[in-house]
Ligand binder design. Structure first.
Ligand code: CDP
Length: 232
């Protein structure tokens, strides 16, 4: 029986404390690797809440952009963390300028610190959770039950991002998108605080040759196997 059903049943019977705390699943990886889609699928399969942690950095980036703040100034970036309210339908959140600012400001230790508790609280909730980002398995939830590190070649990721942008009627050119992805990879991987890298115990999933359905079913299988091994 899936965990979500077990939990619902136990709650119905007033046995909430008799079942094990829900699993924490960490999904990390670079831009457009497919980690968001995979994390959503894992969350719905296991009946867990999902947090897209990149969105937090994007909200901060959008605040800063709208105020005309300077992404090169850590203090201004930190001030942009004060208000994390956002409109989920705001197209600008996923725009290229905001993506670039998010990548820049996410290198600031004070910005990462300001967003840390919200992510750790989410990961620590009783029923378990799925979080996707860059440092979930290494910093936010180092004790996660399952850690996936999702990758794909930069070229494949640039093509995916291009399709995503044109699907939203945004014009973009392959060469520019590729350069942006390569630049973001370098910034995310080389920063001093919480760089993008797989945790030592992460399961690697290369999606370069997989369509979304194949990537999801492989991720589900890896997570099921890891969770089954962890059962007492
Ligand atoms: O969807 P995509 O992978 O392009 O980006 P995202 O996951 O929405 O993250 C936006 C930016 O936030 C990334 O370029 C990272 O620099 C940063 N980020 C981070 O530093 N740590 C996280 N846990 C999540 C995102």
């Amino acid at each position: 029986m899936p965990l979500s059903k077990q939990r619902a049943l136990a709650e119905e019977m007033g046995l909430r404390n008799a079942i094990k705390k829900g699993p924490v699943i960490a999904v990390d990886g670079p831009a457009a690797s497919g980690k968001g889609t995979i994390a959503q699928a894992l969350a719905s399969h296991f009946g867990l809440p999902h947090m897209d942690t990149g969105l937090l950095y994007r909200i901060v980036a959008l605040n800063l952009w709208r105020w005309g703040g300077d992404a090169g100034n850590e203090f201004e970036a930190l001030r942009a963390c004060d208000d994390l309210g956002f409109d989920p339908d705001d197209e600008e959140l996923r725009s290229e300028p905001v993506s670039k600012i998010a990548s820049l400001i996410s290198a600031y230790p004070s910005v990462r610190k300001a967003l840390l508790k919200r992510q750790q609280d989410f990961a620590g909730q009783d029923g378990g959770a799925v979080l996707d980002g860059r440092d979930i398995g290494t910093v936010i939830a180092p004790d996660a039950d399952v850690k996936l590190f999702v990758t794909a070649s930069a070229e494949v990721r640039a093509e995916r991002r291009l399709r995503e942008l044109s699907g939203r009627a945004m014009t973009a050119h392959y060469e520019e998108v590729l350069a942006d992805i390569v630049g973001r990879d370098a910034r995310d991987s080389n920063r001093e605080v919480a760089p993008l890298r797989p945790a030592a115990d992460a399961l690697l999933l290369d999606t370069s040759e997989l369509d979304p359905e194949q990537a999801i079913s492989k991720a589900l299988r890896l997570a099921e196997e890891r969770l089954a091994r962890a059962e007492p």
